[in-house]
Ligand binder design. Structure first.
Ligand code: HEM
Length: 131
């Protein structure tokens, strides 16, 4: 029941939203995330979120999570950062990443919101050319 409720919310959030556990394993992948990255939720659940980013972050993301779990000091949580995402077709794109933390009785989860900045970057480049 609770799971169904979560699924119905995830189907309608306009931003791409990804939920991971403390090992970086994807628990859910919203409809907007499916469209943005080109993977289905069914393919993504159970796999590591590092699949969605290019090197060197890809090899380091597990360590980023471990560092945060060990020290508790946030570098992205509650701050946000512009990073590079990797789509299923191998192309990369600029994205604004916002991460939140949710503690349930039995586990710690991280919620990631992803905003595609491709159009904004293209626009900025065109404005730059007009100067
Ligand atoms: C930390 C990159 C997606 C959760 C980091 C850091 C980087 C990074 C560079 C370390 C920051 C630092 O130590 O200075 C990326 C990239 C992503 C991505 C390129 C592209 C897909 C996600 C998603 C989530 C997430 C979707 C959550 C669902 C976290 C958490 C931390 C972290 C919990 C550690 C806490 C913190 O540093 O505040 N990520 N990440 N990441 N990331 Fe990601």
């Amino acid at each position: 029941k609770r799971e169904q409720h979560l699924q119905s919310i995830l189907a309608t959030v306009p931003d791409a939203m990804i939920v991971i556990d403390e090992k970086g394993i994807m628990i859910s992948f919203s409809a907007a995330a499916e469209k943005l990255f080109g993977y289905s939720e069914r393919e993504m659940v159970g796999r590591n979120v590092s699949l969605l980013m290019p090197s060197p972050d890809r090899e380091r993301h597990d360590a980023y999570l471990e560092r945060y779990l060990a020290t508790g000091d946030a570098h992205i949580i509650g701050i946000g950062r512009i990073v590079t995402g990797l789509r299923a077709d191998g192309s990369t794109f600029p994205m604004k990443l916002s991460v939140g933390e949710a503690l349930t009785d039995d586990q710690r989860l991280f919620t990631g919101f992803v905003q595609d900045l491709t159009e904004r970057k293209d626009f900025e480049a065109r404005v730059e050319q007009l100067k």
